[in-house]
Design a binder for this molecule. Structure first.
Ligand SMILES: [Zn+2]
Length: 424
């Protein structure tokens, strides 16, 4: 059935299962996908309703038009992308279509539910992605970069970016860890980003025995051997990561010795630039990224699934380089009339994310902005658009809202938390 042109559409979304996801209905991504109404990503998609099974680990609900897990218009079962292709100027706006040179949504929002570490990864920059997409489109499906933000819905633990050089150099001076520096500069005072790159490369190339012996050395040191804001967590986290994967996994050593460990509270967000090293560890988050699925994984995954270590290390960026540089602070959203909406605006042009938080019966008005995807992550409410039409927004429901639409939102009796990713 052909979908008529409208200012908004309710969507059907799919949810991926990965071993690091949360089980059954305890997974927020699985739970929300069941409400939206979601579809099971099977051969009959989107006809089979999504139902969370107790023994399945639900990891990522995807919202938008990325072809491997696309969203469909709920009443017509037509792909949202087909509707955007028919009405790009009305729904996305001519400026967005001209800017990106296509009629796809330039961003991809997801809900992630994480029970153990995701692979240690980077998303390569645009130039590298374009080159590799040309040479090997099976491994690099997109010519685009994929900077991303992760916004905590619950307490959220993550390894993001590198520690300050001093903090890493201090660790490598310990007799138990000295052997990890087999190349690069040996003197601590002169430790540079290039030395750090060499250390990461050496760890990723180390034998399983070396990784296991180093893990044993770390956990056998007296408690209190590691102190300070950058290293104090090492002994506490080491056994947990070894339990999740293996004490021989090189990701464990890279994450604990070289990377920032962050614990975010709901409403806090991190920004991961292209080529930025990261591994998320636990929690439920809204993640939003530029439209791409390119990734290089080198740890917290089976050896056979690890990507090229040389490529991974040659791309690494050294920003951020401490915890505060990882954070993406929320700003007041400039189109919020009631001041109940925060904006997370990363330094790139593909998207911003909004968080609207309303108590019982509170309201908010959002002025005309770019095309977006809206999800009620908690509670329910009513959304009216210009011209009188509108929709009831229930927990988990996902809508596409076209550009240039003003939204008047009123929370129900349980309040409402609504997240919006949009482009302009
Ligand atoms: Zn990522």
């Amino acid at each position: 059935m052909t979908t008529p042109l409208k200012p908004f559409y309710q969507l059907k979304c799919g949810c991926n299962s990965y071993p690091w996801g949360k089980q059954g209905k305890s997974s927020l991504s699985g739970y929300l996908c069941e409400q939206t109404p979601g579809y099971a990503p099977d051969d009959k998609a989107p006809k089979t309703p999504f139902q969370a099974k107790d023994d399945e680990a639900y990891a990522e609900m995807w919202m938008g038009t990325y072809p491997t897990l696309p969203s469909y218009v709920a009443d017509t079962d037509e792909k949202l992308q087909a509707v955007l292709d028919r009405h790009p100027n009305e729904l996305l706006g001519k400026a967005v279509v001209d800017k990106f040179g296509h009629t796809q949504l330039p961003f991809l929002p997801k809900i992630l539910s994480i029970s153990k570490a995701l692979p240690l990864q980077i998303h390569p920059n645009k130039a590298f992605s374009a080159k590799m997409h040309n040479e090997n489109p099976d491994a690099f499906g997109d010519p685009n970069h994929k900077p991303e933000i992760a916004l905590a819905l619950t307490e959220f633990e993550a390894f993001v970016g590198f520690k300050p050089l001093d903090a890493v150099a201090a660790l490598l001076d310990l007799p138990e860890l000295k052997h990890l520096r087999t190349s690069g500069n040996a003197s601590r005072s002169a430790f540079t980003n290039e030395d750090l790159r060499a250390v990461v490369r050496d760890i990723l190339n180390a034998s399983p025995e070396t990784c296991r012996d180093t893990y044993k050395a770390i956990t056998s040191m007296p408690s209190g051997a590691f102190t300070g804001p950058h290293n104090g967590h090492i002994q506490k986290l080491a056994p947990r990561l070894a339990d999740q994967y293996s004490s021989a996994d090189p990701g464990l050593l890279v994450a604990l010795l070289a990377m920032n460990y962050l614990v975010l509270q709901p409403g806090e967000a991190v920004y991961i630039p292209a080529d930025g090293i990261h591994a998320y560890l636990s929690g439920d988050i809204v993640e939003c990224m530029a439209r791409s699925d390119n990734v290089l994984n080198t740890g917290f995954c089976p050896r056979a699934e690890r990507d090229n270590i040389e490529q991974f290390c040659s791309l690494l960026t050294f920003t951020p380089h401490d915890k505060t540089q990882c954070m993406l602070p929320a700003k007041k959203y400039w189109r919020s009339e009631k001041g109940r909406t925060q904006a997370y605006a990363p330094p790139l042009s593909e998207f911003n994310v909004l968080a609207t938080t309303l108590g019982k019966d509170e309201d908010e008005v959002l002025g005309k902005g770019g095309a977006g995807i809206v999800i009620a992550t908690r509670g329910s409410g009513r959304v009216d658009v210009d011209g009188g039409d509108g929709f009831d927004l229930k927990e988990g429901h996902v809508y596409f809202v076209g550009q240039g639409v003003k939204l008047s939102i009123k929370a129900g009796g349980d309040g409402l938390t609504m997240h919006t990713a949009y482009v302009e």
